[in-house]
Design a protein around this ligand. Sequence first.
Ligand SMILES: *Cc1c(COP(=O)(O)O)cnc(C)c1O
Length: 386
Amino acid sequence: MKSKIWLSSPHMGGNELKYINEAFDTNWIAPLGPNVDGFEQDLEVFLNEKVKIAALSSGTAALHLALIQCDVNPGDEVICQSMTFSASANPIAYLGALPVFIDSEKDTWNMCPVALKEAIEDRIVKGKKPKAIIVVHLYGMPAKMDEILSIAREYDIPLVEDAAESLGSKYKGKACGTFGHFGILSFNGNKIITTSGGGALVCHLQADKDKAVFLSTQARDDAPHYQHSHIGYNYRMSNISAGIGRGQMEVLSERIDSRRKMHDFYAELCKNMDGVELFSEPSTDFYSNHWLSVITIDERKSLKTCEDLRLAFLEEDIECRPIWKPMHLQPVFKDAPYYGGKVAEDLFGNSLCLPSGSNLSDNERERIAEVMIKVFSNNKEHPVLR
Ligand SMILES: *Cc1c(COP(=O)(O)O)cnc(C)c1O
Protein backbone atom coordinates (compact mmCIF):
# COMPACT_ATOMS: atom_id res chain seq x y z
CA MET A 1 0.00 0.00 0.00
CA LYS A 2 1.25 3.41 -0.93
CA SER A 3 1.05 5.89 1.90
CA LYS A 4 -0.83 9.15 1.61
CA ILE A 5 1.16 12.20 0.53
CA TRP A 6 0.04 15.26 2.46
CA LEU A 7 0.03 18.85 1.30
CA SER A 8 2.09 19.97 4.30
CA SER A 9 2.51 17.80 7.38
CA PRO A 10 4.31 18.28 10.70
CA HIS A 11 8.04 17.51 10.60
CA MET A 12 9.70 17.12 13.99
CA GLY A 13 13.37 17.94 14.44
CA GLY A 14 14.20 15.51 17.24
CA ASN A 15 14.69 17.65 20.34
CA GLU A 16 11.04 18.57 20.88
CA LEU A 17 10.56 15.76 23.43
CA LYS A 18 13.66 16.87 25.35
CA TYR A 19 12.03 20.26 26.00
CA ILE A 20 8.69 18.65 26.84
CA ASN A 21 10.39 16.26 29.28
CA GLU A 22 12.08 19.22 30.96
CA ALA A 23 8.64 20.77 31.40
CA PHE A 24 7.38 17.57 33.05
CA ASP A 25 10.47 17.18 35.22
CA THR A 26 10.09 20.71 36.57
CA ASN A 27 6.27 20.63 36.63
CA TRP A 28 5.90 23.65 34.33
CA ILE A 29 2.65 22.24 32.89
CA ALA A 30 1.03 25.63 32.44
CA PRO A 31 0.65 28.51 30.00
CA LEU A 32 3.91 30.01 31.25
CA GLY A 33 7.38 28.72 32.02
CA PRO A 34 10.91 28.34 30.67
CA ASN A 35 9.88 26.96 27.28
CA VAL A 36 7.56 29.92 26.64
CA ASP A 37 10.38 32.34 27.50
CA GLY A 38 12.92 30.31 25.52
CA PHE A 39 10.71 30.03 22.44
CA GLU A 40 10.07 33.77 22.46
CA GLN A 41 13.81 34.43 22.65
CA ASP A 42 14.54 31.98 19.82
CA LEU A 43 12.02 33.79 17.60
CA GLU A 44 13.44 37.20 18.49
CA VAL A 45 16.94 36.04 17.54
CA PHE A 46 15.70 34.44 14.33
CA LEU A 47 13.77 37.51 13.15
CA ASN A 48 16.83 39.60 14.00
CA GLU A 49 15.05 42.96 14.03
CA LYS A 50 14.99 43.92 17.73
CA VAL A 51 11.41 42.73 18.01
CA LYS A 52 9.56 41.58 21.12
CA ILE A 53 7.58 38.35 20.78
CA ALA A 54 4.49 37.30 22.74
CA ALA A 55 3.84 33.55 22.31
CA LEU A 56 0.10 32.88 22.07
CA SER A 57 -2.35 30.03 21.57
CA SER A 58 -2.84 30.70 17.83
CA GLY A 59 -2.13 33.06 14.99
CA THR A 60 -5.80 34.03 15.03
CA ALA A 61 -5.50 35.06 18.69
CA ALA A 62 -2.42 37.13 17.80
CA LEU A 63 -4.37 38.96 15.12
CA HIS A 64 -7.24 39.57 17.54
CA LEU A 65 -4.85 41.14 20.07
CA ALA A 66 -3.10 43.16 17.33
CA LEU A 67 -6.41 44.71 16.29
CA ILE A 68 -7.33 45.47 19.91
CA GLN A 69 -4.01 47.27 20.27
CA CYS A 70 -4.77 49.22 17.07
CA ASP A 71 -7.87 50.42 18.93
CA VAL A 72 -10.36 48.72 16.61
CA ASN A 73 -13.85 49.09 18.07
CA PRO A 74 -17.42 48.10 17.07
CA GLY A 75 -18.45 49.85 13.85
CA ASP A 76 -14.86 50.65 12.79
CA GLU A 77 -13.56 49.59 9.40
CA VAL A 78 -10.43 47.49 8.86
CA ILE A 79 -8.80 46.94 5.47
CA CYS A 80 -7.81 43.36 4.68
CA GLN A 81 -6.30 41.51 1.74
CA SER A 82 -9.09 39.52 0.08
CA MET A 83 -7.12 36.50 -1.06
CA THR A 84 -6.17 34.84 2.21
CA PHE A 85 -7.31 32.30 4.77
CA SER A 86 -10.45 33.36 6.64
CA ALA A 87 -8.48 33.67 9.90
CA SER A 88 -6.97 36.92 8.53
CA ALA A 89 -10.41 38.51 8.51
CA ASN A 90 -12.36 36.79 11.30
CA PRO A 91 -10.80 38.81 14.17
CA ILE A 92 -12.20 41.97 12.54
CA ALA A 93 -15.65 40.50 13.06
CA TYR A 94 -14.82 39.38 16.64
CA LEU A 95 -14.46 43.09 17.45
CA GLY A 96 -17.73 44.07 15.80
CA ALA A 97 -15.74 45.94 13.15
CA LEU A 98 -16.28 45.74 9.41
CA PRO A 99 -13.81 44.35 6.87
CA VAL A 100 -13.05 46.18 3.62
CA PHE A 101 -11.44 43.80 1.14
CA ILE A 102 -8.69 44.56 -1.37
CA ASP A 103 -7.76 42.70 -4.57
CA SER A 104 -4.35 41.13 -5.24
CA GLU A 105 -1.72 42.26 -7.72
CA LYS A 106 -0.28 39.76 -10.19
CA ASP A 107 3.38 39.71 -9.11
CA THR A 108 3.06 38.52 -5.52
CA TRP A 109 -0.69 37.70 -5.35
CA ASN A 110 -0.80 39.93 -2.27
CA MET A 111 -2.53 43.24 -1.56
CA CYS A 112 -2.61 45.55 -4.57
CA PRO A 113 -1.19 48.97 -3.53
CA VAL A 114 -3.26 50.79 -6.18
CA ALA A 115 -6.53 49.29 -4.93
CA LEU A 116 -5.42 49.91 -1.33
CA LYS A 117 -4.97 53.62 -1.94
CA GLU A 118 -8.26 53.85 -3.81
CA ALA A 119 -10.04 52.12 -0.94
CA ILE A 120 -8.58 54.36 1.76
CA GLU A 121 -9.50 57.53 -0.14
CA ASP A 122 -13.01 56.29 -0.86
CA ARG A 123 -13.64 55.19 2.74
CA ILE A 124 -12.44 58.61 3.95
CA VAL A 125 -14.81 60.34 1.50
CA LYS A 126 -17.61 58.10 2.81
CA GLY A 127 -16.85 59.40 6.29
CA LYS A 128 -14.86 56.59 7.88
CA LYS A 129 -11.09 56.35 7.96
CA PRO A 130 -9.99 52.69 8.29
CA LYS A 131 -8.46 51.84 11.70
CA ALA A 132 -5.93 49.28 10.46
CA ILE A 133 -4.59 47.52 7.35
CA ILE A 134 -4.01 43.75 7.34
CA VAL A 135 -1.55 42.64 4.67
CA VAL A 136 -0.72 38.96 4.12
CA HIS A 137 2.41 37.27 2.72
CA LEU A 138 0.55 34.50 0.98
CA TYR A 139 2.15 31.06 0.69
CA GLY A 140 5.36 32.67 1.97
CA MET A 141 5.59 35.29 -0.80
CA PRO A 142 6.39 38.75 0.59
CA ALA A 143 3.92 41.49 -0.32
CA LYS A 144 5.12 44.72 -1.98
CA MET A 145 6.08 46.25 1.34
CA ASP A 146 7.67 49.51 0.13
CA GLU A 147 4.48 50.55 -1.65
CA ILE A 148 2.13 49.36 1.08
CA LEU A 149 4.13 50.87 3.94
CA SER A 150 4.34 54.20 2.18
CA ILE A 151 0.54 54.31 1.75
CA ALA A 152 0.00 53.28 5.38
CA ARG A 153 2.34 56.08 6.49
CA GLU A 154 0.80 58.65 4.14
CA TYR A 155 -2.63 58.11 5.72
CA ASP A 156 -1.24 57.31 9.17
CA ILE A 157 -3.01 53.95 9.47
CA PRO A 158 -1.33 51.15 11.47
CA LEU A 159 -0.22 48.14 9.43
CA VAL A 160 -0.66 44.58 10.71
CA GLU A 161 1.30 41.90 8.85
CA ASP A 162 -0.20 38.43 8.70
CA ALA A 163 3.03 36.44 8.42
CA ALA A 164 1.36 33.15 9.42
CA GLU A 165 2.64 31.51 6.23
CA SER A 166 5.90 33.39 5.85
CA LEU A 167 8.21 32.71 8.78
CA GLY A 168 11.68 32.93 7.22
CA SER A 169 10.58 34.95 4.19
CA LYS A 170 12.27 38.29 3.54
CA TYR A 171 11.60 41.46 1.59
CA LYS A 172 14.76 43.32 0.61
CA GLY A 173 16.62 41.33 3.26
CA LYS A 174 14.25 42.15 6.13
CA ALA A 175 12.13 39.46 7.78
CA CYS A 176 8.42 39.29 7.00
CA GLY A 177 6.41 40.04 10.12
CA THR A 178 8.78 42.82 11.26
CA PHE A 179 7.61 45.66 8.97
CA GLY A 180 4.23 46.53 10.46
CA HIS A 181 3.11 48.00 13.77
CA PHE A 182 2.39 44.36 14.56
CA GLY A 183 3.11 41.07 12.88
CA ILE A 184 1.52 37.71 13.53
CA LEU A 185 2.96 34.20 13.19
CA SER A 186 1.24 30.82 13.26
CA PHE A 187 2.53 27.45 14.39
CA ASN A 188 -0.47 25.39 13.40
CA GLY A 189 0.11 21.79 12.33
CA ASN A 190 0.36 22.62 8.62
CA LYS A 191 2.75 25.58 8.85
CA ILE A 192 6.50 25.57 8.15
CA ILE A 193 7.13 24.80 11.84
CA THR A 194 4.49 23.75 14.33
CA THR A 195 3.81 23.72 18.06
CA SER A 196 0.73 21.51 17.35
CA GLY A 197 -1.27 24.73 17.60
CA GLY A 198 0.06 28.14 18.48
CA GLY A 199 0.95 31.60 17.31
CA ALA A 200 2.85 34.73 18.20
CA LEU A 201 2.49 38.47 18.13
CA VAL A 202 5.52 40.36 16.82
CA CYS A 203 5.82 43.73 18.59
CA HIS A 204 8.35 46.56 18.35
CA LEU A 205 7.88 48.01 21.82
CA GLN A 206 8.23 46.22 25.15
CA ALA A 207 5.04 48.00 26.26
CA ASP A 208 3.09 46.47 23.34
CA LYS A 209 4.34 43.00 24.23
CA ASP A 210 3.51 43.55 27.90
CA LYS A 211 -0.02 44.60 26.94
CA ALA A 212 -0.42 41.51 24.71
CA VAL A 213 0.70 39.25 27.58
CA PHE A 214 -1.64 41.07 29.99
CA LEU A 215 -4.65 40.71 27.68
CA SER A 216 -3.80 37.08 26.84
CA THR A 217 -3.71 36.08 30.53
CA GLN A 218 -7.18 37.36 31.50
CA ALA A 219 -6.21 41.02 32.01
CA ARG A 220 -5.58 40.84 35.73
CA ASP A 221 -4.77 44.14 37.41
CA ASP A 222 -1.88 44.38 39.85
CA ALA A 223 -3.67 43.52 43.13
CA PRO A 224 -3.63 40.61 45.62
CA HIS A 225 -7.24 39.74 44.77
CA TYR A 226 -8.66 39.26 41.26
CA GLN A 227 -9.27 42.78 39.98
CA HIS A 228 -10.11 43.60 36.35
CA SER A 229 -10.34 46.91 34.50
CA HIS A 230 -10.28 45.33 31.02
CA ILE A 231 -11.89 42.40 29.24
CA GLY A 232 -9.31 39.63 29.18
CA TYR A 233 -8.58 36.61 27.00
CA ASN A 234 -7.10 33.17 27.60
CA TYR A 235 -4.65 33.28 24.70
CA ARG A 236 -1.20 32.52 26.16
CA MET A 237 0.86 29.66 24.75
CA SER A 238 1.22 26.50 26.82
CA ASN A 239 4.70 25.63 28.10
CA ILE A 240 4.29 22.17 26.51
CA SER A 241 3.53 23.63 23.08
CA ALA A 242 6.42 26.04 23.47
CA GLY A 243 8.69 23.02 24.13
CA ILE A 244 7.76 21.70 20.68
CA GLY A 245 8.46 25.19 19.34
CA ARG A 246 11.95 25.27 20.82
CA GLY A 247 12.77 21.93 19.16
CA GLN A 248 11.36 23.20 15.88
CA MET A 249 13.41 26.41 16.01
CA GLU A 250 16.58 24.27 15.95
CA VAL A 251 15.63 23.04 12.46
CA LEU A 252 13.77 26.03 11.02
CA SER A 253 16.58 26.96 8.62
CA GLU A 254 16.67 23.39 7.29
CA ARG A 255 12.91 23.45 6.86
CA ILE A 256 13.11 26.62 4.79
CA ASP A 257 15.82 25.05 2.60
CA SER A 258 13.69 21.94 2.07
CA ARG A 259 10.57 23.92 1.14
CA ARG A 260 12.60 26.01 -1.30
CA LYS A 261 14.03 22.79 -2.77
CA MET A 262 10.46 21.51 -3.28
CA HIS A 263 9.83 24.70 -5.25
CA ASP A 264 12.96 23.99 -7.35
CA PHE A 265 11.69 20.46 -7.92
CA TYR A 266 8.41 21.78 -9.31
CA ALA A 267 10.23 24.41 -11.39
CA GLU A 268 12.23 21.66 -13.08
CA LEU A 269 9.15 19.47 -13.50
CA CYS A 270 6.92 22.19 -14.97
CA LYS A 271 9.40 23.93 -17.21
CA ASN A 272 8.38 21.96 -20.30
CA MET A 273 4.68 21.69 -19.48
CA ASP A 274 2.68 24.03 -21.69
CA GLY A 275 0.30 26.28 -19.81
CA VAL A 276 1.62 25.32 -16.35
CA GLU A 277 3.24 28.16 -14.47
CA LEU A 278 4.84 27.91 -11.04
CA PHE A 279 4.18 30.81 -8.65
CA SER A 280 7.67 32.29 -8.16
CA GLU A 281 9.48 35.31 -6.75
CA PRO A 282 9.10 38.30 -9.11
CA SER A 283 12.63 39.61 -8.38
CA THR A 284 15.53 39.23 -5.98
CA ASP A 285 13.84 41.74 -3.63
CA PHE A 286 11.52 38.89 -2.67
CA TYR A 287 12.72 35.83 -0.75
CA SER A 288 9.94 33.33 -0.11
CA ASN A 289 10.08 30.43 2.34
CA HIS A 290 7.88 28.70 -0.29
CA TRP A 291 5.65 27.32 2.43
CA LEU A 292 3.48 25.94 -0.35
CA SER A 293 4.35 25.55 -4.01
CA VAL A 294 1.48 26.66 -6.21
CA ILE A 295 0.87 26.37 -9.95
CA THR A 296 -1.42 28.33 -12.22
CA ILE A 297 -2.86 26.49 -15.19
CA ASP A 298 -3.72 28.15 -18.48
CA GLU A 299 -6.34 25.74 -19.78
CA ARG A 300 -6.10 26.92 -23.36
CA LYS A 301 -2.49 25.78 -23.47
CA SER A 302 -2.47 22.86 -21.04
CA LEU A 303 -5.86 21.50 -22.16
CA LYS A 304 -6.29 20.35 -18.58
CA THR A 305 -7.91 22.06 -15.62
CA CYS A 306 -6.90 22.28 -11.98
CA GLU A 307 -9.75 19.91 -11.27
CA ASP A 308 -8.30 17.32 -13.72
CA LEU A 309 -5.00 17.45 -11.86
CA ARG A 310 -6.62 17.43 -8.43
CA LEU A 311 -8.64 14.30 -9.28
CA ALA A 312 -5.58 12.56 -10.76
CA PHE A 313 -3.66 13.28 -7.54
CA LEU A 314 -6.61 12.07 -5.45
CA GLU A 315 -6.59 8.73 -7.25
CA GLU A 316 -2.97 8.25 -6.16
CA ASP A 317 -3.76 9.33 -2.59
CA ILE A 318 -1.86 12.61 -3.01
CA GLU A 319 -3.33 15.68 -1.34
CA CYS A 320 -3.48 19.00 -3.15
CA ARG A 321 -5.79 21.98 -2.72
CA PRO A 322 -7.28 24.93 -4.59
CA ILE A 323 -5.80 28.23 -3.43
CA TRP A 324 -7.62 30.32 -0.81
CA LYS A 325 -11.00 31.49 -2.04
CA PRO A 326 -10.99 35.30 -1.83
CA MET A 327 -12.88 36.71 1.16
CA HIS A 328 -15.02 39.05 -0.95
CA LEU A 329 -16.49 35.92 -2.61
CA GLN A 330 -17.26 34.21 0.70
CA PRO A 331 -20.93 34.03 1.71
CA VAL A 332 -20.08 35.19 5.24
CA PHE A 333 -18.51 38.43 3.95
CA LYS A 334 -20.86 39.06 1.02
CA ASP A 335 -21.87 42.52 2.27
CA ALA A 336 -18.33 43.81 2.81
CA PRO A 337 -17.00 46.56 0.50
CA TYR A 338 -14.42 45.43 -2.06
CA TYR A 339 -11.86 47.39 -4.08
CA GLY A 340 -10.02 46.12 -7.14
CA GLY A 341 -10.73 43.96 -10.13
CA LYS A 342 -10.64 40.26 -10.84
CA VAL A 343 -7.01 39.35 -10.16
CA ALA A 344 -7.72 37.32 -7.02
CA GLU A 345 -10.84 35.79 -8.51
CA ASP A 346 -9.03 34.67 -11.69
CA LEU A 347 -6.11 33.22 -9.72
CA PHE A 348 -8.56 31.32 -7.53
CA GLY A 349 -10.13 29.67 -10.56
CA ASN A 350 -6.86 28.49 -12.08
CA SER A 351 -4.42 27.70 -9.29
CA LEU A 352 -3.59 24.68 -7.20
CA CYS A 353 -1.41 24.16 -4.10
CA LEU A 354 0.88 21.14 -4.49
CA PRO A 355 2.41 18.86 -1.84
CA SER A 356 5.19 20.96 -0.34
CA GLY A 357 6.24 19.33 2.93
CA SER A 358 9.86 19.40 4.08
CA ASN A 359 9.58 15.68 4.87
CA LEU A 360 8.76 14.26 1.42
CA SER A 361 11.00 11.44 0.22
CA ASP A 362 12.52 10.96 -3.24
CA ASN A 363 10.02 8.18 -3.78
CA GLU A 364 7.14 10.49 -2.92
CA ARG A 365 8.47 13.17 -5.27
CA GLU A 366 8.58 10.52 -8.02
CA ARG A 367 4.94 9.65 -7.39
CA ILE A 368 4.01 13.33 -7.65
CA ALA A 369 6.02 13.76 -10.87
CA GLU A 370 4.43 10.69 -12.45
CA VAL A 371 0.93 12.07 -11.93
CA MET A 372 1.78 15.49 -13.31
CA ILE A 373 3.60 14.09 -16.33
CA LYS A 374 0.69 11.76 -17.04
CA VAL A 375 -1.90 14.55 -16.79
CA PHE A 376 0.01 17.05 -18.91
CA SER A 377 1.71 14.65 -21.34
CA ASN A 378 -0.93 14.78 -24.05
CA ASN A 379 -0.42 18.54 -24.48
CA LYS A 380 1.52 17.96 -27.63
CA GLU A 381 -1.14 15.71 -29.17
CA HIS A 382 -3.66 18.55 -29.21
CA PRO A 383 -2.11 21.48 -31.01
CA VAL A 384 -5.15 23.63 -30.33
CA LEU A 385 -5.06 27.39 -29.76
CA ARG A 386 -1.30 27.69 -29.58
C1 LIG B 1 -2.81 29.69 9.45
C2 LIG B 1 -3.17 31.09 9.13
C3 LIG B 1 -3.72 31.95 10.09
C4 LIG B 1 -4.19 31.48 11.44
O1 LIG B 1 -3.28 30.92 12.24
P1 LIG B 1 -3.78 29.91 13.40
O2 LIG B 1 -2.55 29.69 14.20
O3 LIG B 1 -4.23 28.66 12.68
O4 LIG B 1 -4.86 30.56 14.15
C5 LIG B 1 -3.94 33.27 9.76
N1 LIG B 1 -3.65 33.72 8.54
C6 LIG B 1 -3.14 32.95 7.57
C7 LIG B 1 -2.82 33.55 6.24
C8 LIG B 1 -2.89 31.59 7.83
O5 LIG B 1 -2.43 30.81 6.87
